[in-house]
Design a protein around this ligand. Structure first.
Ligand code: FES
Length: 553
């Protein structure tokens, strides 16, 4: 054996490579842990085995790799008795613990293939632990705090129930890789602890919090958040405090700040409130540094929308003092919201509240109007304007979800902000695209995927979804197809936000409105497909490796 250099044997379905190494025999799994190349075709030099595909290096004695993008190869104890070689092929490591450690390695080093392998191995039985690992890493991994990556991770976690079990690890891979990418090369975040003793009334802490954010003091703001959580305040009360700050200024950072607030709370719904101090603390920089729309020209001129809003906000306490009762939107409200008279828009929203509309019901009217902007978005617009329309819809949805969660009176200001953003987006529907009437032929997942294989099949995709639903197509199946189609593409933050908000809205809308919001999502997705699909290629490689398939032939 020692003369032959390398021998390959099969034991119990496992192929093992035996190498002569400086007078001893070493045994390792013959499958390179990186992408499966046969290691017996590698080279040994000075105790290091080098794989000949991408040149990963392994310590022959332990199997440990010098290249973190590969992985440790399983190594097995060898004994030589009377000239015969005995190999103990029993598993030498706890595979699940190994995969959890490798998930951490992948997140820390932004190694997408490593993340994919761990997501595939761990997701089926341990989705919450996988999500929690991404969340824990993400809130500390970047000094910027909560960002797009964590929002993507949470949005995709929300969408998991619509996916087939086999597709769920794919969604988690997208989310985890987004977090790793956000944190790559960034200075870590060092959380600010709560005040040393609790006992301050939450109203006081909230006042301090709002004052800190007002003067853009992120550390003071984070200490206030941590103290509110540590003080044992109810989650909804803490959430209300955050929403107050997120709406003290207009449409912060094109709506992202409020959107991220809602997503962070949804992340805690999955991970547990015990993570609140760190997760919510990671929002402080966003609040302090957020871009305030009242400082932008378009919110001030030619119409001073901020003045209109201030006037409306002064009337809010009275409007909200009216008793809440069953309320149906008056005829023509959607047209007013889509119109070009911002004073009428603000007045219509105040009227709705005075008439007893629950704030979330008023918010839902604005969210629907924002969705219609996208359903009617003509492809003759500038391409980047898809995002303008999506920002408004995503923001409106986040406000509505926040109201459903907390009933915060301060957050009602966000409904008016969203309505003004719908107004500002009116040029995107000039002229409006025709709403699809479902004449695009039979629906179905494969047809949708075929359409999305070609560029700019926007109207065809909207028409297909309309027809699919009109023929009695199952809405969860349509939404599942949209989410699966989303996963085929390279991650685009806004497209993920769009599809997730549409799915969320569909759950609370009347069928006709739900149909339109899914049409809007399909049109948006089609406008952004196909991409190079490189991330799915990485995931597919990991998937095939997990099935024991051969990639190198
Ligand atoms: S280094 Fe071995 S398969 Fe890539």
């Amino acid at each position: 054996m020692l003369d032959q250099g390398c021998v390959v044997v099969s034991v119990g379905g496992q192929t093992i490579a035996l190498f002569a190494d400086g007078g001893v025999v070493r045994a390792v799994d013959n499958r390179c842990p990186h992408m499966g190349f046969p290691l017996h075709r590698g080279s040994v030099c000075d105790g290091i085995l080098t794989c000949h595909w991408h040149h990963a290096r392994f310590d022959l004695a332990s199997g440990g790799t010098l290249d973190q993008w590969a992985d440790d190869v399983p190594a097995f104890p060898v004994e030589i008795r009377d000239g015969e070689v005995f190999v103990d092929v029993a598993p030498q490591r706890d595979e699940r613990a190994h995969r959890r450690r490798r998930l951490r390695d992948g997140l820390e080093r932004n190694l997408s293939l490593v993340i994919a392998k761990s997501a595939i191995a761990l997701t089926p039985d341990d989705t919450d632990a996988v999500f929690g690992a991404g969340l824990e890493f993400g809130v500390r991994g970047s000094a910027d705090g909560w960002g797009q990556g964590l929002t993507i991770l949470t949005a995709l976690r929300n969408l998991l129930p619509l996916l087939e079990p086999d597709e769920r690890a794919h969604a988690m891979h997208h989310g985890l890789a987004a977090v790793a990418s956000d944190c790559d090369g960034m200075a870590p975040r060092h959380p600010v602890a709560a005040l040393p003793a609790q006992g301050r009334a939450i109203d006081t802490v909230e006042r301090w919090f709002r004052r800190c954010v007002e003067v853009r003091d992120a550390e003071g703001a984070e200490r206030a958040i941590a103290s509110a959580v540590r003080g044992g305040e109810a989650p909804d009360r803490v959430a209300s405090m955050l929403y107050a700050v997120a709406t003290d200024h207009r449409y912060l950072t094109t709506g992202h700040v409020l959107d991220f607030t809602t997503k962070s709370l949804e992340a805690l719904d999955h991970a547990g409130w015990e993570h609140a101090e760190e997760v919510l603390g990671s929002l402080a920089t966003l609040y302090a540094e957020g871009g305030r729309a009242e400082e932008s020209n378009q919110w001030r001129s030619p119409v001073d929308l901020v003045a209109i809003l201030d006037d409306a906000f002064a009337q809010l306490p009275d409007a909200l003092a009216a008793p809440r009762r069953d309320w149906a939107p008056p005829d023509g409200l959607t047209e007013v919201l889509l119109g070009d008279q911002p004073r009428e828009i603000a007045a219509a929203m105040l009227d709705a509240l005075r008439a007893g509309a629950a704030p979330e019901a008023a918010a839902a009217e604005v969210t629907y109007a924002a969705a219609l902007r996208i359903a009617r978005f003509p492809v003759t617009n500038e391409f980047s304007d898809w995002d303008t329309a999506m920002h408004t819809f995503s923001f409106a949805n986040a406000v509505e979800q926040g109201l459903r969660r907390t009933g915060s009176a301060e957050l009602v200001r966000g409904v008016f902000d969203a309505a003004m953003s719908v107004y500002l987006d009116r040029f995107l529907n000039t002229p409006p695209a025709r709403l699809p009437n479902g004449d695009g032929g039979p629906g179905g997942r494969d047809r949708l995927f075929e359409l999305l294989d070609r560029q700019q099949r926007v109207d065809a995709a909207g028409s297909l979804v309309a027809g699919w639903l009109d023929e009695g197509g199952d809405a969860p199946a349509v939404m599942g197809a949209l989410v699966t189609a989303l996963l085929r593409e390279d991650r685009d933050f806004h497209t993920i936000q769009m599809v997730e908000a549409a799915v969320r809205q569909h759950g609370s809308m009347a069928p006709e409105r739900g149909r339109l919001v899914l049409i809007a999502a399909a049109r948006y997705l089609a406008a952004h497909a196909p991409t190079a699909r490189a991330q799915t290629q990485t995931y597919r490689i990991a998937w095939r490796l997990s099935r024991g398939e051969t990639l190198f032939e």
